[in-house]
Ligand binder design. Structure first.
Ligand SMILES: Nc1nc2c(c(=O)[nH]1)N[C@H]1C(S)=C(S)[C@@H](COP(=O)(O)OP(=O)(O)OC[C@H]3O[C@@H](n4cnc5c(=O)[nH]c(N)nc54)[C@H](O)[C@@H]3O)O[C@H]1N2
Ligand SMILES: Nc1nc2c(c(=O)[nH]1)N[C@H]1C(S)=C(S)[C@@H](COP(=O)(O)OP(=O)(O)OC[C@H]3O[C@@H](n4cnc5c(=O)[nH]c(N)nc54)[C@H](O)[C@@H]3O)O[C@H]1N2
Ligand SMILES: [Mo]
Length: 746
């Protein structure tokens, strides 16, 4: 039996090192490589289910072309050549008639390190309309770092130095097993812990300080903590003096955020707010991880992220040992940004990116300002990749598909994403995708989105391709941790899959891009990216690197603030007052925007829906088809406070309607006392592969998928990122007892 070293992509962007035991090109067993710098330790159950996943009959194995009307679940198996020839001919015709911008791509949470290839394809094709969930996940948080600190922040959890570990709107217990590992280690090493969460999550339960705020009030909390810290003289004057700009403006802004002024909206007493601020200030240096809940809390999401970062800055815990360090690119490695061919998309085409006139921070306007400064600090090989830091605004793209305004979007290429489950307002997304002339889904398994597509193409999974964690390519941590394909992507007669890189290249070759894809295989590409590292180690090839080394790590170091030229921001300092936001026409300091909710809506839908809390072992919409995963949780769960449940006559295990102005779905009740009775906690991305694939069922798409109830009205989106509300004041609902879906499928 062979042991292959692969990079796991069962979840977001981690690329944990795995040992895959293989016999006759078949996976036998997968175990975590505990020697690697990054891994889940012993916490992750997913590797034990890898074999079942890789071999599953629900996987896509050959290209499929629709027969009959869209959604009829009638398919013809075709060859890759036929599929790619027909799709590229259609794309060329659309480009001819409507312009390249009429072709859009959808991206998900970043599955594998080939998103740069999609961007390269689109830049060469001439379209700026790559849209994706990056509008609501990680990218805006990182853009705030870039605008404020000129680089990524990474926690330097250092026993003996770090005093406090903060998890702000983050539940590493379910969502990130490697960070859960480090949370436990921090506790064991005697550090204090603080968790900011409306819900008593597992980290909150174990924390020294749990701050139970009202959903969506993070900006107010961070601002009032700063107000107290400044008023009580608990901030780091020397650090502010030497390394920041805009403190006086910030100080004036803080005056309106006294604990008394914000107490009611946060749901904590002024005394408690002062206690929390003092606890934070007294325990420095600290490290803070900010979770996705902030980005999901329009309209105050991205400015909340700013406020939390300013809080760290005024306490002097950035760029110092035991605090949050500013991360540099990995020496010798070519990051995504140099492979994206960004220079080939003209200014004229960039200006057409949908939604970027309104949501400028995450469109080209914001990216171009940031990129200029990142380049000054870090050179060509900085980590502000376009695929992760600039995109079209998905809700605006969907509306263009439906209305042809401001111009038509005729084709959508979907890969690494499942739009019918992951974007808000599923009815609108469904109608928009149905309105296109060409819909292609390139995925690992059948999905509801695949079911309404014209072409459904089989993607290689992580065991079938070489890959690397996103750290040094976009994630900003100077770690290259590579893996090889454990089994082939093509086994004649059994399956013919392509990895994402090969797919975009193959499409590009058919659309006049032949000069721009010199790397024939994904392995060639990796070899090119690590050539300097290979030279330094004296290795000849990618294969030799895998055999002898597999990872290179250069841990970040402190001292960038004081370095010559300073930081990668316009002033070279930490920008408390952001000149980039000012240039984009935004408030350069965090400010609170009052959510605009009609009285009738808040009366009819009084509950705040915390949608999409993570649960192991699922990852968004994935794995529902794998019995080994499903056995661990069969049905979608809505958590209800016992008082609310009692009032509504709902018992533990009952099915429950969750209803909003957009629609209603059913999940099963689990009663709890871990949060305020005005909140409900729902799971997202549920569908049922065992149900009929044909429309209207689409594998149970409409039964429990919480995004049937969420909204993506651009007026509700975050003014900076365009992120749609998935938590916070704008996501309201009501609940009632429902019949079981098996009795009344509706
Ligand atoms: N209501 C609500 N909605 C949410 C959230 C929430 O909290 N609440 N969370 C949001 C967040 S943060 C995110 S990141 C998004 C996630 O949104 P998505 O990333 O769209 O997640 P999935 O819906 O699971 O879709 C991923 C698809 O990619 C496929 N896939 C996996 N790996 C590969 C690969 O290597 N190649 C190819 N071609 N395909 C692959 C999977 O099989 C799956 O069908 O959901 C968002 N949606
Ligand atoms: N098992 C599993 N793990 C995953 C994923 C998955 O689908 N499944 N998805 C991955 C992805 S793409 C992402 S983005 C991450 C997300 O992971 P996290 O960033 O940890 O996000 P969540 O788990 O959605 O929420 C974390 C906590 O935020 C709290 N919260 C809700 N609203 C608010 C609020 O307004 N303010 C504050 N401060 N807290 C709030 C919730 O109660 C929850 O406990 O998880 C990743 N890991
Ligand atoms: Mo995410």
């Amino acid at each position: 039996m062979d042991v292959k070293h692969a990079s796991c992509y069962f979840c977001t962007s981690k690329g944990c090192a795995m040992k895959v035991h293989v016999e006759n090109d078949q996976v036998q067993r997968v175990v975590v490589d505990t020697d690697a710098p990054v891994g889940p330790g012993t916490f992750c159950v997913r590797p034990t289910l890898a074999k079942e996943y890789q071999e599953h009959p629900f996987r896509l194995s050959f290209p499929m072309k629709r027969r009959g009307p869209r959604g009829a679940d009638q398919w013809e198996q075709i060859s890759w050549d036929q599929a790619l020839n027909e799709i590229s001919a259609k794309l060329a015709a659309i480009r001819e008639e409507y312009g390249p911008e009429a072709v859009a791509t959808s991206s998900g949470t970043g599955r594998g390190a080939a998103e740069f290839a999609k961007t390269r394809f689109m830049n060469l094709f001439g379209s700026p309309n790559r849209f994706g969930v990056i509008s609501i996940c990680y990218a805006p948080r990182a853009m705030v770092w870039f605008a404020t600190f000129g680089g990524h922040l990474v926690p330097d959890v250092r026993p003996g130095t770090t005093k406090l570990n903060v998890q702000w709107g983050r539940n590493a217990h379910e969502g990130g097993r490697s960070s859960w590992n480090s949370f436990l280690k921090a506790k064991a090493a005697g550090m204090r812990t603080m968790v900011v969460d409306p819900r008593c999550s597992e980290p909150a339960r174990q924390a020294d300080c749990w701050v139970q705020l009202r959903p969506g009030s993070d900006l107010l909390l961070a601002m009032t903590m700063m107000q107290v810290i400044v008023e009580e003289d608990l901030y780091d004057k020397a650090f502010i003096e030497s390394h920041t700009v805009g403190f006086e403006q910030l100080r004036s802004r803080l005056l309106q955020f006294t604990p008394e002024a914000v107490s009611e909206r946060i749901g904590l007493s002024p005394t408690r707010l002062r206690e929390v601020a003092r606890f934070f200030a007294a325990n420095q240096p600290s490290t803070t991880v900010i979770g996705v809940a902030t980005e999901h809390s329009a309209p105050n999401g991205i400015q909340a992220v700013r406020a939390i970062n300013l809080l760290r800055a005024i306490c002097g815990t950035v760029d110092v040992p035991g605090g949050d360090l500013i991360s540099s690119p990995c020496p010798g490695f070519l990051p995504d940004v140099v492979l994206e061919a960004n220079e080939l998309l003209t200014a004229e085409q960039r200006a057409k990116q949908l939604g970027s006139d309104r949501f400028r921070f995450l469109g080209y306007p914001g990216w171009e300002l940031i990129e200029k400064n990142m380049r000054r600090k870090w050179g060509e090989r900085h980590s502000a990749a376009v695929n992760l830091h600039s995109c079209a605004h998905a809700p605006t793209v969907f509306r263009a598909m439906l209305t042809g305004k401001p111009y038509p979007i005729k084709a959508a290429l979907v890969s690494c994403s499942n739009p019918l489950l992951s974007y808000a307002n599923t009815h609108l997304v469904h109608d928009a995708l149905m309105a296109t002339d060409l819909l292609v889904t390139f995925d690992i398994t059948w999905t509801p989105t695949a079911q309404i597509s014209d072409y459904v193409l089989p993607a290689a999974c992580w065991m079938e391709r070489p890959d690397m964690g996103n750290f040094a390519s976009v994630g900003g941590y100077p770690l290259v941790q590579l893996g090889e394909a454990a089994v082939p992507a093509v086994v004649p007669g059994r399956y013919e899959r392509l990895n994402d890189y090969d797919f975009w290249r193959a499409l590009g070759l058919r659309l006049g891009q032949a000069d721009h894809w010199p790397w024939e295989t994904f392995e060639d590409l990796w070899e090119y990216r690590i050539q300097e590292i290979l030279d330094e180690c004296g290795y000849d090839s990618f294969e030799e690197f895998i055999e002898k080394r597999r990872w290179v790590v250069h841990p970040p170091t402190p001292g960038h603030c004081a370095a010559k030229g300073g930081l990668g921001t316009p002033s070279g300092k930490i920008e408390l007052w952001s000149s980039i936001l000012e240039d984009l026409g935004y408030d350069p300091l965090p400010n609170y925007v009052e959510p605009d909710i009609p009285a009738e809506v808040s009366r009819k839908y009084p509950l705040l829906n915390i949608s999409g809390v993570r649960v192991m072992p699922y990852h968004h919409s994935e794995f529902r088809h794998v019995e080994g995963f499903r056995r661990q949780q069969r049905d979608p769960i809505v958590e209800l406070h016992v008082d609310l449940a009692r009032r509504k006559g709902i018992n533990d295990g009952d099915w429950v309607w969750i209803e909003s102005p957009r629609g209603r779905v059913r999940q099963r009740a689990r009663l709890s006392t871990a949060f305020d009775p005005k909140c409900v906690v729902t799971q997202h991305a549920w569908w049922f592969p065992e149900q009929d694939g044909a429309a209207p069922c689409l594998h149970g798409l409409w039964q429990s998928n919480i995004n049937v109830t969420t909204d993506d009205d651009p007026d509700m989106c975050d003014p900076l990122s365009g992120g749609w509300p998935l938590k916070g004041e704008y996501l309201r609902c009501t609940v009632s007892k429902a019949p079981s879906p098996t009795e009344t499928p509706e």
